[in-house]
Design a protein around this ligand. Sequence first.
Ligand SMILES: [Zn+2]
Length: 215
Amino acid sequence: MNVESNTLADSLHKIRFCALAGTEAHLLTPRQARRVGPGIRGKWKSRWFYGLKKGLLLEQFVNWGSEDRDILRFVQRYGPLLHSPFKSGGFAFNLQLWETWQKMWRDRWRELTAGPGEFEFRSSLNGTLMFVAGRFELRVNDLDTFMMLEAAASDRTRFRICANPDCLTPYFFARHRRNRYCTEPCVDWSQKEAKKKWWKDNGQEWRKSRDAKSP
Ligand SMILES: [Zn+2]
């Protein structure tokens, strides 16, 4: 059914989506890690998470650090990406998975920036449509699906990669359409580079004309 032609526009409701987030987690001890590899183990604390007050969780995730401590901080605040809190209260995963998850999402981000071509995230979504507090909400089973919906609900033309090649957090969602740099420090970097380039191209000429003028 084509919703637009069969339904009055003002009768449509927005559906919000959420996932369970927040865990008690810890790094495996060196002794445990010797047996099963470096990892994180934890339990879900499970509160409904509807997104950050500002920005996308996805944007944070693709820029997040990959040291053991960084990973632990993300997992405590939000959770592991593909482990559903509905299956069990607990989870454990090898730290090497983090790199796989980030690479997957950084590749997707790059694809999103690559123009309006066809794009498929995944053929099925895991979640439950619930009617709560007078409205429908889609409660998804894992943070990976949550971020997928975040990406789908966002203006695709605003997914960017910072034009500063040395940028440490280069994935950004542009607040203004013309933004090419993620933050002020990278804008400053680009202005310095432009100045350097100007001097390289014009410095000799400029010095010559200055020396010609001086007595
Ligand atoms: Zn940057």
